[in-house]
Design a protein around this ligand. Structure first.
Ligand SMILES: [Zn+2]
Length: 449
């Protein structure tokens, strides 16, 4: 069991970050860890963070959803935690995956204010509404975490969700949630509700001279358009949900700068931090380190960074960041596993045959996100001027193109790269897998409920 719990902790760890570009919601970690009603178990349990991650994944319909946890310093030595849990927390703190601060207070709300991220809360937050009026004025920005059969659910504004007693009990880790069958393909009644499906351009991909014979290769144009009819069944569930607000004015100016803590080994603003920065905490009007409390120094403009999501079969699977200093190669099996992102795990045979080991490179030029095709078969761009504009397709091969914020990059039908949270569509019934898959103790406790 201990081994499996370690694996669960590793899965949870991959979904935690204090990089404001990558994060999709902020939470007070100890509130969640102490939320006994989630599973009726121990007074404090780190596995509940996994339930919050799962709830965020289901809310966003994003199997790679990333959480920004804030934790009070005292939790790292909390006696009610197991020694294993304290060790894991210490590692997360050192790696900058969670933010440690002496007093949590309104820090999660402040991060939500500065970044526009949704705030996940267990309790009412109106005590902080004087500084942050949006807690009252924009209730949808607060996602209340509540228990629901076999897990947790997030509800904007805190309105309780009526539990559906007719729904089958769900066992985390042992069973999958029911998959709603897709509606039969039909033309969209309301064009706004369906992804535009303009046919691929005339010069769609065609089998090239190199590589295996034409018979064993997927047909070029079909690779991109075969699922055309199915596209009509997509809906824009994600865009109807609150995902992010505009950052506050002060947040915009804080996130425009790179900050340095006077403690060189500071996990938040130190010299050795390897991931993108969080936002400083404002103390008496001075940007300060959330961990050390000292003012942080403005060391220049923050490098431009973009979050990119890998979307396979309309379900976001993983998020990563492209920065000026770190271009990212995406493909079936990039040579450098550190700097590259592999989509290999999600590919069926035809897609794996089509997508190159290093298919595209994403990089930043003059603050814009650029896609460079490095593949054998080419890459399809879906270009949109706005979320509701119809897409125009453009096939690129061995060239670099600037991406607009509503454009998507298709490596193969159903395998897309999408900027930020700008996913237009998702299949109803898609269900992100749980990070608690290997937690038998949690699963057995939940099944008894
Ligand atoms: Zn510091």
């Amino acid at each position: 069991v201990r081994f499996e719990v370690s694996r669960v902790m590793d899965s949870i760890e991959q979904r935690l970050t204090t990089d404001v570009t990558l994060a999709q919601a902020v939470v007070d970690l100890s509130e969640v860890a102490r939320f006994v009603a989630l599973d009726g178990g121990r007074v404090i349990n780190l596995l509940r963070v996994g339930m919050a991650v799962d709830a965020l994944g289901r809310y966003l319909i994003d199997a790679g959803a990333m959480l920004y946890p804030v934790v009070g310093r005292e939790l790292l030595s909390e006696a009610s935690l197991t020694s294993k849990e304290r060790m894991v927390l210490g590692r997360w703190a050192d790696d900058g995956l969670i933010e440690v601060t002496p007093v949590v207070s309104d820090r999660p709300v402040e991060i939500a204010d500065f970044t526009g991220l949704p705030l996940i809360a267990v309790k009412d937050q109106s005590q902080f509404a004087q500084r942050f009026p949006w807690l009252i004025d924009s209730p949808e920005r607060t996602l209340m975490l509540t228990p629901r059969t076999g897990g947790a659910v997030l509800t904007p504004g805190g309105a309780p969700v009526p539990s559906d007693s007719s729904a089958p009990k769900v066992v985390v880790g042992k069973a999958t949630l029911p998959i709603v069958p897709l509606d039969p393909p039909a033309p969209p009644a309301d064009p706004v509700d369906a992804l535009d499906d303009s046919p691929a351009s005339q010069d769609g991909p065609s089998a090239s001279q190199d590589g295996p014979s034409a018979e064993s290769r997927p047909d070029g144009l079909k690779s991109f358009t075969a699922r055309g009819a199915q596209r009509f069944t997509r809906t824009r569930v994600v865009r109807r949900r609150f995902t992010r607000a505009e950052p506050s004015g002060i947040g915009v100016s804080l996130m425009a700068r790179e900050w340095r803590c006077s403690e060189p080994d500071c996990p938040a603003f130190g010299d050795y931090r390897r991931i993108g920065q969080p936002v400083p905490r404002m103390r008496a009007g001075i940007p300060s380190c959330p961990k050390h409390g000292e003012p942080v120094k403005d060391i220049g403009a923050r490098p431009t960074a973009y979050a990119v999501a890998i979307v396979v079969d309309d379900l976001a699977r993983r998020r990563f960041v492209v920065t000026q200093d770190h271009p990212v190669v995406v493909g079936r099996e990039p040579k450098d596993p550190e700097a590259g992102i592999s989509v290999g795990a999600w590919l069926h045979e035809a897609a794996a045959a089509w997508i190159s080991a290093e298919h595209v490179r994403l990089e930043i030029q003059e603050d814009a996100l650029i896609v460079v095709d490095t593949s054998r078969n080419g890459t399809m761009l879906w270009r949109r001027s706005s979320p509701d504009a119809s897409a125009e397709t453009q096939r690129i091969r061995r060239k670099a193109v600037k991406l607009g914020s509503w454009d998507s990059v298709e490596l193969y039908t159903g395998v897309e790269l999408v900027i930020g949270d700008h996913r237009l569509a998702t299949v109803v019934g898609s269900e992100p897998a749980s990070v608690l898959l290997d937690a038998p103790t949690v699963a057995s406790r939940l099944v008894q409920q």
